[in-house]
Design a protein around this ligand. Structure first.
Ligand code: DGL
Length: 267
């Protein structure tokens, strides 16, 4: 399959959360076109079985490949955790994912070799972050914690709310008790809670935001492969499987800019 610099980048997530990755890409690579897919009919993925998550992930990857994307970015930690290999096997274009990018950044950031990882139940159970971090440095001690309540709280817009603060304190207490100096935000939604999580974790803990690290890796990969788009207006497109108005409303808050066109895909 031939790929060209003017082709779009395909970014996908189980819903609206992956727009944190799209936002980081738009800031770093303003000339690139993004085709974003959010599976709003079937979100959340984080509480589903590995088999179901992998099936959905391949279906979305196939959809974006048919739209001729030059690169696929798995913005969803849960899909990356259970289906990264299967997606890479399917795709004739390069594939990047948030887990590899976050793991690399965490391994580079930790000074005391103690890293905390927070994410959905499926991400934490898969052990994908542990494996990815240990590929960089097997001596790092990892303390993982599933935080399933944080996704709905972010969806509700409770980014600085006492309920969210209390929930974060409860989840983070056992992680912080292990003296981690780095905390990986291993879920698309958590970058929105960065100020709150930083306060709860304390100034001595470095937060790793995979949205930013994956954008940096995308820039490097496009440059290496001669696939950087240098001109033209970046017209993005958004695809969802249900309730486009809600996606648009929450998405505009995430992106801090107008979000259109939003197409509804029916399978
Ligand atoms: N996108 C998911 C992730 O990053 C969070 C939402 C979900 O559970 O589907 O893990």
């Amino acid at each position: 399959m031939t790929t060209r610099p003017e082709f779009p980048i395909g970014v996908f997530d189980s819903g609206v959360g992956g727009l944190t990755v799209a936002r980081a890409l738009m800031q770093r690579l303003p000339n690139e076109r993004i085709f974003y897919f959010g599976d709003t009919a079937r979100v959340p993925y984080g509480i589903k079985s590995e088999e179901t998550i992998a099936h959905f992930a391949l279906q979305i990857a196939q959809f974006l490949l048919e739209k001729q994307v030059k690169l696929l970015i798995v913005a969803c930690n849960t899909m990356a955790a259970v289906a990264a290999r299967a997606i890479a096997d399917l795709a004739p274009v390069p594939v990047l994912d948030v887990i590899e990018a976050g793991a690399q950044a965490a391994a580079a950031a930790t000074r005391n070799k103690s890293v905390g990882v927070i994410g959905t139940l499926a991400t934490v159970t898969s052990g994908a972050y542990d494996r990815a971090i240990h590929r960089h440095d097997p001596a790092i001690r990892i303390v993982s914690q599933a935080c399933p309540l944080l996704v709905p709280l972010v969806e509700e817009g409770w980014l600085d709310h006492p309920v969210t603060r209390l929930t974060a304190q409860e989840y983070l207490a056992p992680v912080l008790a292990q003296s981690v100096d780095t905390l990986v935000l291993g879920c698309t939604h958590y970058p929105l809670l960065k100020p709150l999580l930083q306060q709860v974790a304390g100034a001595g803990v470095r937060l790793v935001d995979s949205a930013e690290t994956v954008a940096a890796r995308t820039e490097a990969l496009l440059r290496e492969r001669g696939l950087t788009r240098t001109d033209g207006t970046a017209r993005h497109e958004f695809f969802v499987t249900d309730v486009p108005q809600r996606f648009q409303q929450i998405g505009e808050r995430f992106l801090g800019r107008a979000l259109a066109p939003v197409h509804v895909v029916k399978w």
